[in-house]
Design a protein around this ligand. Structure first.
Ligand SMILES: [Cu+2]
Length: 480
């Protein structure tokens, strides 16, 4: 939108795309209000919501003059545990508040810049037609308010952002959000709607380095993000902040990407999107695993929750999820449905090179040798550790800073070995503290039988200066 005039598409824009549209959809005649029409419109103030909330669906079947009031605020907030950042924001949070209007509405926008701001700010709404998407009409010095208006001509989910030079820096500091222009006929009803917006951050210190971290222009230019997060900070959608829904409900995610640099490969682990409004437009794609959300773009995804569990929102450029923060959780509560997802049904010993595959149903004795004493347990446990745990916790148990906590000398299970058993059989997510450092990540449950869990945890207890002791298969069983 902002670049429209520069690349010269302003002139041809009216012709070519319009012809296509007439053939493809109901948008053939964009509703345009005259100034006389606008004077007669009912006036209402927009309901704006902070992420992950979404304003209620539009109930009107006619156009209105919608008054939107937003304030730009520069403030220091948490980027990750122990890490602060001087964010520039719309309405005090990242992303800015969600705006919801109807196709054909007339939006009267009031942008105030807080008197404590050091910078002028403005707003470029990708859902507005006009120079800079409103940027020119909304340039606002600290302690001032600007007003401009536009007609929401085309339905879709659009990004808005600040576009004051240096534009990249205003966006990198958090100045973006979403505006939904509902089509006239509305969107189909769903049970839950959420607002999720990705952004990349560039700090002088590397990921997790504590303290107030200044913006790093060099890294931003090289596109070497230290943080890639949903809704403005690491953990904004995990632990107590996880999104919540119930089995049987339909969920709609309004997903935006503020950038400034990175394209998101948006994916929800364990779900398939029934529908994706591609790039936030009118075309619907179905049965999608991962959808691209460009910087300065959006997508609407919809799915029905069939079985309970934690569904993990990620940027599937996966190091961003597990090492830079682009991870959120949607918790679905409700009845299991083993016909849709069984959980692990059985484990069998696999003997390659022509030998028979031996079944190992749960009710029969395991074919693998059973450890007779603690020493045998430790020995068997090492092999299990190397195969199942070392990739994350490292062969020497030291973990990876800010990603995988140490098992060597860990005080997390020092007084209660069963906490280590629980981590393996149930998985572990949310905020935990290990040796004074916070972790807020996800460890998936590891599929091992009781004997194997007993062995691997006994190995961990007797390695790297840990407390010693033994865990038996019966103790593991009692924790399932
Ligand atoms: Cu700005």
């Amino acid at each position: 939108m902002l670049l429209g005039t520069l690349v010269g598409c302003g002139g041809d824009k009216a012709e070519a795309p319009k012809a296509e549209k007439a053939a493809s959809s109901a948008q053939a005649d964009k509703a345009t209000l005259t100034e006389a029409d606008i004077a007669k419109l009912p006036v209402e103030e927009a309901v704006l919501t902070h992420a992950p909330e979404v304003p209620p669906a539009i109930a009107r079947d006619h156009a209105a003059k919608v008054v939107v009031k937003m304030e730009t605020v520069e403030k220091t907030m948490r980027l990750a545990d122990g890490v602060d950042y001087n964010f520039w924001t719309f309405d005090g949070q990242v992303p800015g508040r969600f705006i919801r209007v109807r196709e054909g509405d007339y939006i009267e926008f009031h942008l105030s810049n807080h008197p404590d701001s050091k910078m002028p700010h403005n707003i470029d709404l990708h859902g507005a037609t006009g120079p800079g998407g409103g940027a020119e009409g909304s340039f606002t010095a600290p302690g001032h308010t600007s007003q401009f208006s536009f007609q929401a001509l085309q339905p879709g989910l659009y990004v808005y952002h600040c576009a004051v030079a240096p534009v990249g820096m205003h966006i990198a500091n958090g100045m973006y959000g979403l505006i939904l222009v509902e089509p006239k006929e509305g969107l189909p009803k769903v049970d839950k709607e959420f607002y999720v917006m990705q952004g990349d951050f560039y700090t002088k210190g590397k990921y997790g380095e504590p303290g107030l971290q200044p913006f790093d222009m060099d890294k931003a230019i090289k596109e070497e993000a230290d943080y890639v997060v949903f809704n403005g900070s690491v953990g904004a959608l995990t632990g107590d902040n996880a999104l919540k829904a119930k089995v049987g409900e339909t969920v709609r995610l309004f997903v935006g990407n503020g950038g400034p640099n990175l394209t998101s490969s948006f994916h929800v682990i364990g779900e398939i999107f029934d529908k994706v409004y591609m790039e936030g437009g009118s075309k619907i794609n179905e049965n999608i695993q991962t959808t691209l959300v460009p910087a300065g773009g959006a997508a609407i995804t919809e799915f029905k929750l069939d079985v309970p569990g934690n569904y993990v929102l990620v940027d599937h450029a996966i190091f961003r999820a597990f090492n830079k923060g682009a991870l959120g959780i949607l918790t679905a509560e409700g009845e299991e449905n083993h016909a849709i997802y069984s959980g692990k049904q059985k484990d069998s010993v696999y003997l390659p090179e022509g030998q028979a595959t031996q079944a190992m149903p749960e009710d029969k004795a395991p074919a693998a040798p059973v450890a007779a004493n603690k020493d045998e347990r430790v020995k068997a446990g090492k092999a299990i550790y190397d195969a199942n745990c070392a990739a994350c916790h490292q062969p020497n148990g030291e973990g990876v800073p800010n990603a995988f906590p140490p098992l060597a000398g860990s005080d997390y299970f020092k007084d209660d070995k069963l906490k280590a058993v629980d981590a393996v059989v149930k998985g572990l997510s949310g905020k935990i503290t290990v040796n004074g450092k916070e972790y807020n990540s996800v460890m998936p449950a590891v599929s091992l039988n009781d004997e194997q869990v007993a062995n691997v945890v006994t190995y961990v207890l007797n390695s790297w200066g840990n407390q010693g002791g033994e865990v038996t298969p019966n103790e593991v069983k009692s924790r399932r």
